[in-house]
Design a binder for this molecule. Structure first.
Ligand SMILES: [Fe+2]
Length: 248
C-alpha cells in the first residue's frame, strides 16, 4: 500500500508529538505492508515562514532516521492546505505539492463544513493546470445536495481522497455510510490513513480498510485505491478520472 496523507512531523501540527513517535508510526506502517508514505502537514492561516523552515528541517531529520534505522519505506513530503488559505502566497513552498509534482496538492475543507465557495477555489486551481485533491470530504457532507456537489467536482477533474478510518466507523456511523456511498458511486480516487499518532488516529487503519474495500468492491478496485492511484500521484502521472468533455 501507499499512504499519501499523514501527519508525522513533530512540533508542526496536531500529528506526531516526537521524532520517536513518527518513527514508530512509520514502523507500524511498514509492518502492515505500506511501502511509501507522504507526510502532509496542515497549512492554515497561522502559517509563517519559520514554520516552513521547520517543516523542511523536521522532514529531513525524519528521512535520515528512517535511513539510519534501515526501515524499508520511502518518505515523501507534501501538505494539506486549508481551503480558506491564500494559495498564491504559499505556492512557491517546496512542499506545496505532493512530492514536488508541481501538479497534485491536497485541499482540506473546514471541519464539518462544505462552504459554498469550495467550487470557486478548486476550479481556479484546475484552470491553472493543477490537480487539486479534496481531502476526506466524507467528513464534511451534511445534506443530499452535497453528494451531487461531489459528483460535479469529480466530473470536473477534482480528485477525491477518503480516510481509511471513515470506512471503519472511526468518525461515527454517518461518516461511515457517507464513505461507503461515495465508494459505491465510484467517486473515490484513493484512500489514505490521515494518521496522526500511534493509537487514536493510527496508520494501521489502512490494512483493515483495504480488506474491507476489497471485500465490498473487489480486489482490483482495492489495489487501485490503496496502491496504483497513489503511486501515479507520487510520479505525477495522470490518473484515470471520470472527466467528461462537454461541448457547449
Ligand atoms: Fe490530514
Amino acid at each position: 500500500m501507499i499512504d499519501l496523507h499523514t501527519h508525522l512531523l513533530p512540533g508542526i501540527d496536531d500529528g506526531a508529538k516526537s521524532l520517536e513517535e513518527a518513527v514508530q508510526i512509520i514502523r507500524q506502517g511498514r509492518k502492515i505492508g505500506i511501502t511509501a508514505i507522504c507526510t502532509t502537514p496542515h497549512l492554515s492561516s497561522s502559517f509563517t515562514k519559520d514554520r516552513a523552515e521547520k517543516i523542511m528541517e523536521n522532514f529531513l531529520m525524519l528521512q535520515e532516521r528512517i535511513y539510519e534505522e534501515k526501515i524499508d519505506i520511502q518518505l515523501y513530503l507534501g501538505s494539506e492546505i486549508d481551503l480558506r488559505m491564500n494559495f498564491d502566497s504559499i505556492k512557491r513552498l517546496p512542499f506545496f505539492f505532493i512530492n514536488q509534482t508541481q501538479k497534485y496538492l491536497f485541499v482540506e475543507l473546514p471541519l464539518g463544513e462544505f462552504p459554498s465557495f469550495t467550487e470557486r477555489i478548486l476550479f481556479s486551481l484546475l484552470i491553472e493546470g493543477l490537480s487539486p485533491i479534496l481531502a476526506h470530504p466524507e467528513r464534511s457532507l451534511s445534506k443530499e445536495g452535497d453528494f451531487e456537489r461531489i459528483e460535479k467536482l469529480k466530473d470536473s477533474g477534482i480528485l477525491i481522497q477518503l480516510n481509511a478510518g471513515s470506512f471503519l466507523g472511526d468518525f461515527g456511523k454517518k461518516i461511515q455510510k457517507q464513505a461507503q456511498r461515495l465508494l459505491e458511486k465510484d467517486l473515490v480516487d484513493f484512500v489514505s490513513s490521515d494518521a496522526h499518532d500511534l493509537n487514536r488516529r493510527p496508520i494501521t487503519v489502512m490494512a483493515e480498510a483495504f480488506k474491507m474495500v476489497k471485500k465490498d468492491s473487489g480486489e482490483e478496485k482495492g489495489v487501485k485505491l490503496f496502491r496504483k492511484n497513489p503511486e501515479k500521484i507520487l510520479r505525477a502521472d495522470n490518473i484515470e478520472t471520470q472527466v467528461e468533455i462537454k461541448y457547449f
